[in-house]
Write a protein that binds this ligand. Structure first.
Ligand code: TYM
Length: 334
């Protein structure tokens, strides 16, 4: 497929959530792979930026790759691979560290939040947590990416990737395409059902407010029915004042293709809204869970997809990363 290049990724730091699906993954399968030369990556190197169990990262990486295929990514149409299988990411990341400044890395919201979390747990803050956005910029820029479909929480990282591309090109000559972030119109930031002022995140310790893609239907229903709302009785869409209800309306709108504001008018009680939202989420995830079970029973197939994906990704990334190495003044190997 000629024309635009799309790149995006998921990090195997936990089980993938409804937030990952509505904010990013669903459109990769439903739209992006059909409209551009799309490349999707399980970004396992990023999972090493926080304390991790090697066996768990391995398991979650395989599960994430299997889930990407289960959502409908078709390896005949797009490229699916694991980041650590393609050396170009780490090679280019170093050049991005040489392009970025210490100050701009320290300004990243996710760094501040995650570093504070690690310190609160008495864990050290890994240097790679600070340099994470340099690797993320490398992921994107290595592929000459035009568009990056992501949830809203990645907007600041994307801005940085753009800045680094522009700066590198200005210093060393035109090398990188300046990428653009694409966010969904609804559910770009799905909130935790128990704590609707925080993002639904896959690595949170408390899971009662997180719908995982592989949760059983009954579990999904329970989590949605117990979602925190507020003391009002009427259903109004107001993200600032009524975050819990607004979140349910966003999720329902994203599942049903409706508009959250308009949906609010259709409900007279929280109970009915929760019930419909629960059923909509169960139906949305059902085919993904079923397909995941089939694919998980055939690890040989998933391996073959990842092997072919990595080979294509290497081919795509190599020439641009080589050009960047030459542009900064590194002596080509002969
Ligand atoms: P990650 O693994 O945290 O999330 C994967 C994708 O899911 C989106 N997302 C959400 N969207 C809406 N509501 C939520 N609650 C929610 N939680 C997650 C994220 O915005 C993301 O699109 N740094 C990235 C991974 C990455 C990457 C890249 C992405 C590394 N290199 C290059 C794009 C391009 C991350 O941690 O995503």
């Amino acid at each position: 497929m000629a024309g635009k290049r799309i790149f995006s990724g998921v990090k195997p730091t936990g089980h993938l959530t409804l937030g990952n699906y509505l904010g990013a993954m669903r459109r990769w399968a439903d739209e992006d792979q059909h409209r551009a030369d799309a490349v999707f990556c399980v970004v396992d190197l990023h999972a090493l930026t926080v304390e991790h169990d090697p066996a768990r990262v391995r398991r979650l990486s395989r599960q994430a790759a299997t889930l990407l295929l289960a959502t409908g990514l078709d390896p005949q149409r797009c490229t699916v691979f694991v980041q650590s299988h393609v050396d170009e990411h780490a090679r280019l990341s170093y050049l991005m560290e040489c392009t970025a400044s210490d100050g701009e890395m320290r300004r990243m919201i996710q760094y501040k939040e995650k570093a504070a979390g690690a310190q609160a747990r008495g864990e050290g803050v890994r240097l790679s947590l600070l340099t994470y956005p340099a690797l993320m910029a490398a992921d994107i820029l290595a592929y000459g990416t035009d568009e990056v479909p992501v949830g809203e929480d990645q907007a600041q990282h994307l801005e940085l990737a753009r800045d680094l591309a522009v700066r590198f090109n200005r210093r060393y000559g035109p090398t990188f395409v300046v990428p653009k972030a694409i966010h969904p119109t609804v559910a770009a930031r799905v909130m935790d059902l128990q704590e609707p002022v925080s993002k639904m995140g896959k690595s949170q310790a408390r899971t009662a407010g997180i719908v995982f893609l592989l949760d059983e239907a009954e579990t999904v229903r329970k989590k949605v029915m117990r979602a925190v709302t507020d003391a009002h009785a009427d259903v109004v869409y107001d993200r600032a004042e009524r975050p819990g209800v607004a979140n349910l309306l966003d999720v329902l709108a994203a599942c049903s293709g409706g508009d959250p504001q308009a949906l609010a008018g259709a409900y007279g009680s929280y109970g009915a809204l929760k019930k419909d939202t629960a059923e909509a989420v169960v139906e949305l995830l059902r085919p993904v869970r079923e397909r995941h079970a089939e694919l998980a029973a055939d690890p040989g197939y998933v391996d073959a997809v990842l092997r072919a994906g990595a080979a294509r990704a290497r081919e795509l990334a190599r020439p641009r990363v080589d050009a960047a190495y030459r542009a900064v003044g590194l002596l080509p190997a002969v």
